[in-house]
Design a protein around this ligand. Structure first.
Ligand code: NAD
Length: 316
């Protein structure tokens, strides 16, 4: 039987609306269900999208309540508070968003227990862990957007530096989506050629330049928030990418947030490692060989996430 492809979005602020727009515009779903505690906002977004139907094709968009989300195969969680200013770290948002997520998970476990969940709200790694701990669905069916956005930014900057399409750059940022994230230089390649400490496409390896490229990727959110007040376009596309990987069972390798099963000795947190994403969510985890420094930095990132969750003192 041919199934409708139904995507739900909980939280239709900047990020949820950008995700809805990307999914709508790329024709990834036949139906997009929008839910926000501000029902007017969700209704407005649905109406606005529907007016593009004539140009994009028949995708139904409507504002709904939780029982209707039972029709969705995949649900994006982008509800919550956004960073108030560049001074507020992602981890400062935790307390405000953890309680919102507890309420949402209760509703989704009741009405949509079989849907895959994609967590985008920050701090995304800790909230992914909280969702996995609170929800009755298997952990692999709850995916955090993690460092997929940071990796995209990193590849875009490296592509510009080397003068190639970012899709031809293979390089990851792993760990926390945030200040302790780790650039994996030891495995970064273009056309199968390692770039680490080598001259590639006429560009010599310069440590300061490469560190600056990583820092631009890591600090991009702060820079964008300083200028336009929030980030939405790129995270919208990132969410659409994960939705597509799941709905089309693409088995893509994506750096998304999940709970490692002992990779690098890390267990009791969610963070980003390369994962195979398909119909069942995170179907496999990959543990690439890292340099000693990278492995140490990844474990430090895990510890930072562990500490911030402990600070929350939430019963899980
Ligand atoms: P926003 O304030 O524009 O939107 C949040 C929406 O959530 C609002 O419409 C609000 O009404 C809704 N909401 C709040 N509580 C709710 C509840 N209990 N049920 C349903 N809806 C509820 O914020 P934003 O700019 O869209 O950002 C959303 C989140 O995404 C933030 O945490 C932000 O930091 C995060 N974000 C993550 C990434 C990433 O890479 N993962 C990138 C950008 C932003």
């Amino acid at each position: 039987m041919i199934q409708r492809r139904t995507v739900g979005i909980v939280g239709t602020g900047n990020v949820g609306s950008a995700a809805a727009y990307a999914i709508f515009n790329q024709g990834l779903a036949s139906e997009i269900l929008l839910l926000d505690k501000n029902t007017h906002r969700a209704e407005g977004e649905a109406m606005d999208l529907m007016h593009g139907q004539q140009l994009v094709g028949r995708v139904t968009c409507r504002a709904v309540d939780y029982p209707v989300l039972g029709n969705a195969q995949i649900i994006v969680l982008s509800a919550g508070a956004s960073q108030k200013s560049s001074d507020e770290s992602r981890l400062d948002l935790l307390r405000r968003n953890a309680e919102i997520f507890r309420e949402i998970i209760i509703q989704l476990d009741k009405h949509a227990p079989n849907a895959i969940l994609v967590v985008a709200t920050n701090p995304v790694d800790v909230l992914t862990y909280i969702c996995q701990a609170l929800s009755s669905r298997p952990g692999r069916r709850i995916i955090g957007t993690g460092t997929l956005l940071d990796t995209a930014r990193f590849r875009a900057l490296l592509g510009r530096h080397y003068g190639v399409d970012p899709r031809s750059v293979h390089a990851y940022i792993l760990g926390e989506h945030g200040d302790s994230e780790v650039p994996i230089w030891s495995n970064a390649t273009i056309g199968g050629q390692s770039i680490y400490e080598r001259t590639v496409l006429g560009k010599e390896w310069e440590s300061d330049t490469m560190q600056s490229i990583f820092e631009q990727a890591r600090n991009a959110a702060y820079e964008i928030i300083d200028r336009k007040g929030h980030t939405d376009a790129a995270i919208g596309v990132v969410i659409a990418r994960i939705v597509q990987a799941v709905l089309e069972d693409q088995q893509n390798v994506l750096s998304v947030s999940t709970r490692p099963k002992g990779a690098y000795g890390i267990e009791d947190v969610c963070l980003s490692i390369p994962c195979v994403v398909g119909l069942e969510g995170v179907e496999k985890q990959i543990e690439p060989t890292l340099s000693d420094d990278e492995e140490q930095a990844l474990r430090a990132s895990a510890q930072a996430l562990h500490d911030s969750r402990s600070g929350l003192q939430m019963e899980l």
